[in-house]
Design a protein around this ligand. Structure first.
Ligand code: HEC
Ligand code: HEC
Ligand code: HEC
Ligand code: HEC
Ligand code: HEC
Ligand code: HEC
Ligand code: HEC
Ligand code: HEC
Length: 456
C-alpha cells in the first residue's frame, strides 16, 4: 500500500521546488520483504505559502526550524503548513502575527487527527490502545474508582481538605503538573481559541478541542518526530518510572538493559520501519518487546497486543475486554523472545511471571479478606488517607506489589525481590498487626502508624 499524502492546499496548486526543499531522502530499504506495507512516498516541493511560514519562523523560532530540518518529515517536505493550518471554523483556529488578516488559520495544538491524514494505520492502532482514552480517563472520570482518583488529585493533593477552594487554579496544580503530563488532559480554549493554561500541552491520551485523542509527541518529540528516538528506552522513561511503575529502572537492571547500556551506541537505530531486526540490535528495548516489528510480528502502536497479564491493577487477571486479549498477547510476546531465545528459556520465563502473579494475588486476596472484616465491624475510617491499614493496602498494591510483578515479568531481580516481594511481606505484616489490634480492642488507633511516604 502506497499512501497518498497530499494536503488539500497542494492539490492543484503549483508546486515549487522550494528553497527549503531538502529532497526526499527516504531510506528505501530495497529488497526488504516486509517493507512495502509501511512505505510512505511523497514526492513534492514546498508551496509558496508554506515557504513563508518557514522563512519567517527561521527568524522567529529557529529552534523549531532546526529540529524540523533534521527529521525525516522535514526531508520529505512535510511542513508547518501541513500540521498547523486548520480550517477557519475549527474550534482551535487562530492566527499568528505573521498571517494576521489573511485567510489562513493556524493552531499551536496538533492532535493525532492531523497525523492520521498520512499515517492512518498508526493512529488507528494507537486509538485502540490504553495510551489513548484509557490513559486520560484514568485522571478525569468521576466514575472511575468511585471518584476516588479525582478526589486524590483535587481534594487531597490539591489541598481541598484544608480549604483550598475546589476548582481553583491552585487546587488543580498537582493534577496539571503531575498526572496530566503523563496521562493527558482535556484541552480547553479561551475566547481567542488559544489553549488555556493548565490544560495544554499534556500527555499521551490528551483530548483536543476538535474531539480527537492522542499526543504522538510523547514518544516522537517535535519537531524531528524520530523513529530512532522512539525505539530507545528513554522515550518511555519519562512516564514509565518511579515507585509505582519503575519500568525504566527495571529495564536498566535486566540483562537486556545491561547490553543496551554497554553496546547500544553501536546499534543501528535508523533502520526503516518494520525492517529493524535482531542484528541491528543484540538485545531488546521496550519498543522491541512491546511495539516494533520483529520476525513475523509487525510493528504495532497498540501496546496491549503483546500482553498476557494485567500487572497494574489491584488483582492481576489475564487480560480481556478493553484491556486486550491475554491469550493472544502471550502468543505474541512469545514470538518476540523466540527470535533470540530457545523454547525452554522462554517457557521458564513465562512460568516465572505466572508464579509471581499467583503469589502476589495470594497476598492481595488475604488483605481484601481482612479489610472486609474490618469494614463489617465498623473498624475502618472514612478517610482512607488517615487510616494506616488502608494506606498500607494502597502501597501493597500500587507500589510494592506492582514492582514485584513487573520486576518478575521484565527480568529484574532487585525490583522483583528487594523493592518487590521483600516489601510486600513487610507491608502485609504491618497490616496484619493493625488488623489484630483493631479486632482485639474493637477500636481504631488514633494516629496513623504510617508516617512516611510509604516503602521506597
Ligand atoms: C508533522 C507535523 C508537524 C510539523 C511539520 C510541524 N509541527 Fe509544530 N507541532 C506539531 C505537534 C504535534 C506539536 C505539539 C502540539 C500539541 O502538543 O498539541 C507542535 C507544536 C508546535 C508549536 C507549539 C509548541 C511550542 O513549543 O511552542 C509551535 C510554535 C510549532 N509547532 C511551530 C511549528 C513550525 C514553525 C513548523 C514549521 C517548521 C512546525 N511547527 C512544523 C506538529 C508539527
Ligand atoms: C512574517 C512572520 C510569520 C509568518 C509568515 C508565519 N508566522 Fe507563525 N508566528 C510568527 C510569530 C512572530 C509568532 C509568535 C506569536 C505571534 O507573534 O503571533 C508565531 C507563532 C506561531 C505559532 C504559535 C502560536 C501560539 O499560539 O503559540 C504557530 C503554530 C505558527 N506561528 C505557525 C505558523 C504557520 C503554520 C505559518 C504559515 C501558514 C506561519 N506561522 C507563518 C511569525 C510568522
Ligand atoms: C502530509 C502528510 C503527513 C502528515 C500530516 C504527517 N506525516 Fe509523518 N510522515 C509523512 C511522510 C511522507 C513520512 C516519510 C518520510 C520519509 O521517510 O521520507 C513520514 C514519516 C513519519 C515518521 C517516521 C520518521 C522516521 O524517523 O523514520 C514519524 C514518526 C511520523 N511521520 C510521525 C508523524 C506525526 C506524529 C504526525 C502528526 C503530528 C505526522 N507524522 C504527520 C507524512 C506526514
Ligand atoms: C510519571 C507519569 C505519571 C504520573 C505523574 C501519573 N501517572 Fe498514572 N500511570 C502512569 C503509567 C506509566 C501507568 C501504567 C502503569 C502500569 O502499567 O503499571 C499509570 C497507571 C495509572 C492508573 C491505572 C490505569 C487505569 O486505566 O486504570 C491510574 C488510575 C492512574 N495511573 C492514575 C493517576 C493519577 C490519578 C495520577 C495523579 C494523581 C497519576 N496517575 C500520575 C504514569 C503516571
Ligand atoms: C508509546 C510510544 C509511541 C507513541 C505514543 C507513538 N509512537 Fe509512533 N512509533 C513508536 C515506535 C517505537 C516506532 C518504531 C517502530 C519500529 O521499530 O519500526 C514508531 C514508528 C512510527 C512510524 C513509522 C512507521 C511505523 O509504523 O513503524 C510512524 C509513521 C509513527 N510512529 C507515527 C506515530 C503517530 C502518528 C503517533 C500518534 C498517534 C505515534 N506514532 C505515537 C512509538 C510511539
Ligand atoms: C507520556 C507518558 C507515556 C509515555 C512516554 C509512554 N507511556 Fe506507556 N503508558 C502511559 C500511561 C499513562 C499508561 C496507562 C494507561 C492506562 O490508563 O491503562 C501506559 C500504559 C502502557 C502499557 C500498558 C498498557 C495496558 O493496556 O495496560 C504499556 C505496555 C506501555 N504503556 C508501554 C509503553 C512503551 C513501550 C513506551 C515507549 C515506547 C511508552 N509506554 C511510553 C504513559 C506513557
Ligand atoms: C524482553 C522484553 C521486554 C522488554 C525489553 C520490556 N518489556 Fe515490558 N513487559 C514485558 C513482558 C513479558 C511483560 C508482561 C507480559 C504479560 O505477561 O502480561 C511486560 C509488561 C509491561 C508493562 C505492564 C503492563 C501492565 O500490565 O500493567 C509495562 C507498562 C511495560 N511492560 C512497559 C515497559 C517499558 C516502559 C519498558 C522499557 C523501559 C519495557 N516494558 C521493556 C516484556 C518486556
Ligand atoms: C534481540 C534479542 C533478544 C530478545 C528479543 C529477547 N532477549 Fe532475552 N536476552 C538476550 C540476550 C543477548 C541476553 C543475555 C544472555 C546472557 O546473559 O549471556 C538475554 C537475557 C535474558 C534473560 C536473563 C537470563 C539469561 O539468559 O542470562 C532473560 C530472563 C531473558 N533474556 C528473557 C527474555 C524474554 C522473556 C524475552 C521475550 C519477552 C526476551 N528475553 C527477548 C536477547 C534477547
Amino acid at each position: 500500500m502506497i499512501r497518498q499524502c497530499v494536503h488539500p492546499v497542494l492539490v492543484g496548486a503549483a508546486l515549487l521546488a522550494g528553497a527549503f526543499s531538502l529532497g526526499t531522502t527516504h531510506a528505501q530499504a530495497a529488497g526488504m520483504p516486509n517493507m512495502a506495507p509501511k512505505e510512505v512516498v511523497v514526492k513534492r516541493g514546498i508551496s509558496a505559502e508554506a515557504s513563508k511560514c518557514i522563512e519567517c519562523h527561521a527568524q522567529k523560532t529557529p529552534g523549531i526550524i532546526e529540529a524540523w530540518k533534521q527529521g525525516k518529515m522535514g526531508h520529505a517536505n512535510i511542513t508547518c503548513y501541513d500540521c498547523h493550518v486548520v480550517d477557519k471554523n475549527s474550534p482551535m483556529a487562530s492566527q499568528c502575527s505573521g498571517i494576521k488578516g489573511s485567510k489562513t488559520f493556524i493552531s499551536p495544538m496538533v492532535s493525532s487527527k492531523t497525523c492520521g491524514r498520512c499515517h492512518p494505520t498508526e493512529v488507528k492502532q494507537f486509538q485502540q490502545s490504553a495510551h489513548a482514552d484509557l490513559a486520560r480517563i484514568a485522571v478525569y472520570d468521576k466514575n472511575k474508582a468511585g471518584g476516588k482518583l479525582v478526589a486524590l488529585q483535587l481534594h487531597h493533593e490539591g489541598g481541598g481538605f484544608m480549604g483550598v477552594e475546589e476548582g481553583s487554579a491552585a487546587n488543580g496544580a498537582s493534577r496539571q503538573s503531575g498526572c496530566q503530563v503523563c496521562h493527558g488532559s482535556e484541552v480547553k480554549v479561551g475566547p481567542d481559541n488559544k489553549p488555556l493554561a493548565g490544560t495544554w500541552p499534556a500527555g499521551v491520551g490528551t483530548k483536543y478541542p476538535d474531539g480527537s485523542v492522542g499526543n504522538c509527541t510523547v514518544c516522537h518529540t517535535r519537531h524531528q518526530f524520530s523513529v530512532a528516538e522512539a525505539r530507545k528506552p528513554e522515550a518511555c522513561a519519562s512516564c514509565h518510572l518511579g515507585p509505582d511503575h519503575p519500568n525504566i529502572e527495571i529495564y536498566l537492571e535486566s540483562k537486556h538493559g545491561q547490553i543496551y547500556q554497554t553496546q547500544g551506541e553501536e546499534w543501528n537505530w535508523d533502520a526503516a520501519p518494520d525492517t529493524w531486526q535482531p542484528g541491528d540490535y543484540t538485545a531488546p528495548t521496550c519498543a522491541v518487546c512491546h511495539m516494533s516489528g520483529i520476525g513475523e510480528l509487525e510493528t504495532t502502536h497498540n501496546v496491549e497486543e503483546r500482553l498476557h497479564w494485567d500487572l497494574m491493577h489491584k488483582r492481576s487477571e489475564v487480560r480481556s475486554g478493553i484491556h486486550g486479549d491475554g491469550e493472544k498477547g502471550r502468543e505474541n510476546m512469545r514470538k518476540v523472545c523466540l527470535n533470540c531465545h530457545g523454547p525452554s528459556h522462554t517457557a521458564t520465563q513465562e512460568k516465572t511471571v505466572d508464579d509471581a502473579v499467583a503469589l502476589y494475588n495470594e497476598y492481595w486476596d488475604r488483605a481484601v479478606t481482612m479489610k472486609k472484616d474490618l469494614k463489617a465491624r465498623g473498624l475502618l475510617k472514612d478517610d482512607a488517607w488517615r487510616d494506616g491499614f488502608q494506606e498500607l493496602m494502597y502501597f501493597l498494591w500500587h507500589h510494592t506489589g506492582r514492582r514485584a510483578r513487573q520486576g518478575a515479568a521484565m527480568n529484574a531481580p532487585d525490583y522483583a525481590h528487594w523493592h518487590g516481594f521483600f516489601q510486600v511481606f513487610q507491608v502485609f505484616k504491618d497490616m496484619e498487626d493493625i488488623y489484630n489490634w483493631r479486632i482485639k480492642t474493637n477500636s481504631i488507633e488514633e494516629l496513623s502508624t504510617v508516617m512516611s511516604t510509604g516503602p521506597e
